[in-house]
Design a protein around this ligand. Structure first.
Ligand code: BT5
Length: 270
């Protein structure tokens, strides 16, 4: 992967500028700083390797060289206030990756709300959307996406010193059984993202996202950032991208993106 190859491959897409790095801390951090300095809309930061790739909260994202896609798009979306901007952009990322894997590679990619893409229950990609605000006005969003392309991108069990039990993971090549050209995959994912970006406020977007969701109707354990834990049945994806769940008590609750983790409960009462 290199700057020229990327520019040639992505020439037909309506991107801003492209900045490629052999190695970087985190493409999201670089993109946020560049956006503050006035990066054009839809600019792309991409790296072969991340030495400090981030997941949500304090979690890390493993990106060794030569095997993954790790990139961040700088977006200045126009979404009406109170429209769940970060949730929609997170959904956009997951939808773009899953549609690319389905459409161009015939893989059964699904979305684990809010930010994971799974194939056969294994995590193949993660999305990290981060916003900057000016007052209560959203000024820009960095949409970060990490995709495990080759098997080497899958974190070994002890890679982060066992800070937490990792969600089981896989790579595109492992499920496909053939080599995958990272630039081609990147091009298809970006094409999907840019196609859906202007449509984030349309019901069709929520519908497309809902169709890809795993766990709809299932009972899950919900773990919040405050370490609160409860069980609920996933009822629906709301129009703003939040997730509707029914608690054991019958109470209905809408989960906002924030810091939520879902795990399937083994014995789903029917
Ligand atoms: C995510 O967080 O899944 C968001 C990942 C976003 C990564 C992209 S890469 C480009 C951009 N720049 C960045 O610095 N980040 C973004 P979360 O749902 O919190 O999941 C993080 C957890 O996934 C970690 O705690 C690990 O257990 C696990 N994990 C780390 N690396 C992984 C990998 N390559 N494949 C599968 N799971 C991984």
């Amino acid at each position: 992967m290199d700057q020229l190859g990327l520019e040639n491959r992505l020439a037909d897409l309506p991107l801003g500028e492209i900045r490629y790095f052999d190695a970087i801390g985190s493409t999201n951090d670089y993109a946020a700083a560049w956006a503050q300095e006035g990066a054009p809309d839809c600019s792309l930061v991409i790296a072969d390797e991340q030495t400090a790739g981030r997941g949500r909260g304090a979690r890390q994202w493993f990106t060794p060289p030569g095997s993954a896609l790790a990139f961040s798009l700088i977006l200045r979306p126009e979404i009406p206030e109170g429209g769940g901007q970060i949730m929609r952009i997170t959904g956009l990322g997951a939808l773009g990756v899953s549609r690319a894997l389905r459409g161009s590679y015939q893989l059964p990619a699904e979305i684990k709300w809010p930010n994971d893409v799974l194939i056969d229950g294994l995590k193949v990609a993660g999305v990290l959307a981060e916003a900057s605000w000016t007052g209560d006005q959203l000024s820009m969003v960095v949409l970060g996406i990490g995709i495990n392309v080759a098997p080497d991108a899958v974190p070994p069990d002890d890679w982060d010193g066992h800070h937490e039990r990792p969600f089981p993971a896989t790579s595109v090549e492992s499920v496909l059984g053939t080599p995958v050209d990272r630039l081609v995959l990147l091009q298809v994912v970006l094409t999907e993202l840019l196609r859906w970006l202007p449509r984030l406020s349309e019901p069709k977007f929520i519908q497309a996202w809902r169709e890809k969701l795993v766990f709809l109707g299932d009972w899950v354990q919900v773990i919040t950032s405050e370490a609160e834990m409860f069980e609920g049945q996933i009822i629906n994806l709301n129009g703003d991208g939040s997730l509707r769940v029914r608690l054991r008590s019958g109470e209905l609750k809408s989960l906002q993106v924030g810091e939520i983790h879902l795990r399937l409960v083994d014995s789903s009462p029917k």
